[in-house]
Design a protein around this ligand. Structure first.
Ligand code: EPU
Length: 440
């Protein structure tokens, strides 16, 4: 059994209140943006998660002073003395995160060179970086692939460029923004991702002095400027974490007030939650999610880029769908390989079959490629405890939910992976009256 094992006594409704802080998929990027400033930046509402630790370490070895107030969730970043880091140190600190690729633009602006080690991240598909590399080349960077990573250099200032993304990739859009804001001239990005976390990053960059406009047709135009300053920003809340606790409330017949959850960025999730039979009340300072009683209803849904149903909401919700009456269909169109977690659910009594075909929606990029990217969930099926192993961040949380709602005892191993994106989740589980004990 791998390290980090949680013993879970299931079949207890989760009830109580927890707080979600800033988004995992925004805060590390805002930290990278701070590299571009000429003075100190402050990020409030920052979650204390592993991805924040990884970026702090990477920034520190590049000469940035990073001070962290853990309780208040505040990061202070001073990039005045940015310097090159040792390749060995970069490799050591990059951890399993995918954020290092986003340091390229800022480091090229500040130092004229950057080294990026081979990337980690969750194993939910191939997760190539071809868009990123093409973008950086468009800006005028040269890239040398060597063992263990990429060495980039920019003999002169990066130049604004035209970019057409083949798919509205979140990371590639952020790469473009972080490179374009200080490039010479104008950059026009077509086919951009417009997730709320990206709009929040644009807010950060605008506070720093950037000039960025977002059109309704996924076009973002950036006018490069010569200097950027530091910023102070309150990070938008983590809508993935909020939806994960919402799914936990539904699957365990519970009632959870998620302080910090905000309706706007979650409206697509809330629609599906209501259609499945979940209930929620929106308050000024958070959202209460609960199982109102009665039978949950099956749903057909398709994951997509914003404003569609987020891929990261899918895995936790599937656990609740195992308790819905009838056949639910989930067509995953963002990642080709995001149903690995269903194996453990089947072991616990669920009836989930995965298919290569695009089921229940329009044809997607993966339909013709033999990827098991559609799932049919037949319910309701009572779940029973089992020994299971966390496959990836969101799949891991869905395993936790399954164990919490199942009859009997489960051992969930590999829970360290969950720390990457769920702040103090053990404390939160205890606050919600879960019977959990870390045994290894
Ligand atoms: N893609 C390429 N080439 C590239 C980049 C992406 O083919 O160069 C493909 C990917 O393989 C994928 C699709 O484009 O099939 C979308 O990937 P995207 O670039 O949008 O994802 P990302 O930036 O790597 C971020 C989040 C993910 C989240 C996705 C989609 C971070 C650190 N990660 O990943 O979050 O699922 O956007 O919203 O922001 C998570 O939080 O668990 C997580 C995986």
């Amino acid at each position: 059994m791998v390290d980090g094992v949680l013993k879970v006594e299931g079949s207890r409704p989760l009830h109580g209140e927890i707080t979600v802080r800033g988004a995992k998929n925004l805060v590390p990027k805002a930290m990278v943006a701070a590299l571009l400033g000429e003075s100190q930046s402050t990020i409030r509402n920052a979650p204390m998660i592993r991805d924040v630790e990884v970026v702090s370490a990477l920034l520190r070895i590049h000469g940035v002073t990073v001070d962290i107030d853990q309780n208040a969730g505040v990061l202070y970043l001073d990039p005045t003395d940015v310097e090159s880091a040792q390749i060995a140190d970069i490799g050591r600190h990059a951890g399993s995160s995918r954020i290092p690729i986003l340091l390229c633009g800022p480091l090229l602006h500040r130092l004229g060179k950057a080294f990026i080690p081979d990337l980690g991240g969750c194993h939910i598909g191939d997760r190539p970086v071809d868009f990123h590399l093409q973008i950086l080349q468009n800006f005028g960077a040269t890239i040398d692939r060597s063992d263990g990573g990429l060495t980039l250099s920019a003999p002169r200032r990066l130049r604004g460029t035209k970019i057409e993304l083949p798919y509205p990739s979140v990371g590639a859009t952020e790469q473009t923004l972080l490179a374009a804001v200080r490039a010479e001239g104008i950059t026009v990005l077509h086919g951009a991702a417009v997730e709320p976390e990206i709009i929040d990053l644009i807010d950060v960059l605008q506070k720093m002095g950037a000039i960025i406009s977002v059109d309704t047709d996924r076009t973002i135009t950036i006018e490069g400027v010569d200097h950027l300053t530091g910023f102070t920003h309150v990070a938008l809340p983590d809508r993935i974490e909020a939806a994960s606790w919402a799914s936990a409330a539904l699957a365990t017949h519970g009632d959870i007030f998620v302080r910090g959850a905000r309706q706007t960025a979650m409206s697509t999730f809330l629609n599906i939650y209501r259609k499945v039979g979940g209930a929620f009340d929106v308050h000024d300072d958070g959202i209460r999610f609960y199982h109102p009683g009665g039978q949950l209803r099956s749903q057909a849904l398709e994951t997509n880029v914003h404003p569609g149903f987020m891929t990261d909401w899918q895995q936790p919700l599937v656990v609740a769908l195992t308790q819905a009456q009838g056949l639910s269909i989930v067509h995953e169109t963002v990642y080709e390989n995001r149903f690995g977690f269903t194996e453990a659910l089947n072991k616990m009594g669920a009836n989930i079959q995965v298919y290569r075909e695009c089921l229940g929606g329009a044809k997607c990029r993966f339909g013709a490629q033999n990827f098991y990217h559609s799932a049919v969930i037949s319910g309701p099926t009572p779940l029973h405890g089992a020994d299971i192993e966390v496959p990836d961040l969101r799949g891991g949380f869905s395993h936790l939910i399954a164990a919490l709602s199942a009859e009997g005892t489960s051992h969930v191993s590999g829970i360290n992976l969950i720390d990457r994106g769920y702040e103090r989740f053990m404390e939160k589980l205890e606050a919600l009256d879960a019977r959990v004990e870390r045994i290894k």
